[in-house]
Design a protein around this ligand. Sequence first.
Ligand SMILES: [Cu+2]
Length: 377
Amino acid sequence: MTIKKTAIGIAAVVIFAGIFMFFSNNAASAETEFDDLKEAAKECANPVSTEPKCADNFNLMRHGKDSYSKAQRTAQETMGIVGEYDDNGFNPTEYLTTWNFNNLAPNERAQYYNETKRKDGNLLREYWFYAEDKEIEIAPGVFFPAWTYNGQVPAPTIRAKEGDLIRIHFENRGTKPHTMHFHGFHDSKNDGSMTEDFVYPGQTFTYEFEAEPYGIHLFHCHSVPLKQHIAKGLYGAYIVEPKNDTRPKPDKELVMVMNAFDTDLDGENEVYAVNSKAFYYALNPIKVKKDELIRIYLINIVENDPLNSFHLHATFFDEYKTGTKQEPNAYTDIVSMVQGERSILDVRFNYPGMYMFHAHVSEFTELGWMGFFDVTE
Ligand SMILES: [Cu+2]
């Protein structure tokens, strides 16, 4: 199923407008509420408006999140993006804090991940990965024929400590030759990038290498055409913690992969997101606490566009580019990335409230790359 860029664009504008709209606490029906929103949008489109009604809206946006969420859903449904996300599928909220299959029950987890202590004190971390063709939901009711690792996009996150031995048992259950190519140190037979490295449908390969250097890395398929194999969804996050960690200890860690989908195969993306689902974190804000240290592992894997960015409202963050040094290289509220770039961002919110994060490329924002942090005391 494909969608028209304009349709989701219009819906996005309405969702954006919804942020500045009037939210009635006692609207009789969804339809009435939406009419109110449309009227209010005309007056409150200017985010710095001093109109009393608009000031109330901002207050509601910050403090009345239930009505905010309802209004947003109403706007979305009325504009024709059908239904809600199917919660039985890939859950982007769960993905944020999942690595080494730690979201699974122990017996199920053991099918995909196993760790063993080695003589040198480091761990052997073994993973069972497979490639699989699968339709994934990228906007409510909108499905994309993806190529996946383990049935999800992004792939399950791999996380190790510097010096651990990583062994990945890879099986291709898909219909095209695929590989797993890791950023990081390894020898040529584990690079997964040459034609002789292709793992054909029905075949298996075992990758093995030490986890180094520390940082935030990624892995992706390196089969050909490369652009297609990445854009179809074969990529994931690979985190290596430093052995001697001198950075502040985070209270919460979140994995964010900025990605996009070319739904009509015209060489341009129609849907942009963090962790695959357009506007997911706008509909389901990320819950954090005021003053706690939040560490974001950020990756850009977007094909078809030369540059992507991550911008956060109301606070600044320490940026550790590629995560390979323990001193931040920047203190900022925006980071720009070409495809394959990544950074660790350490952030604290000073005030409770609802704060937006989004691409500062406005087109991407309006096509899905926007979400919220819900900061509470
Ligand atoms: Cu591939």
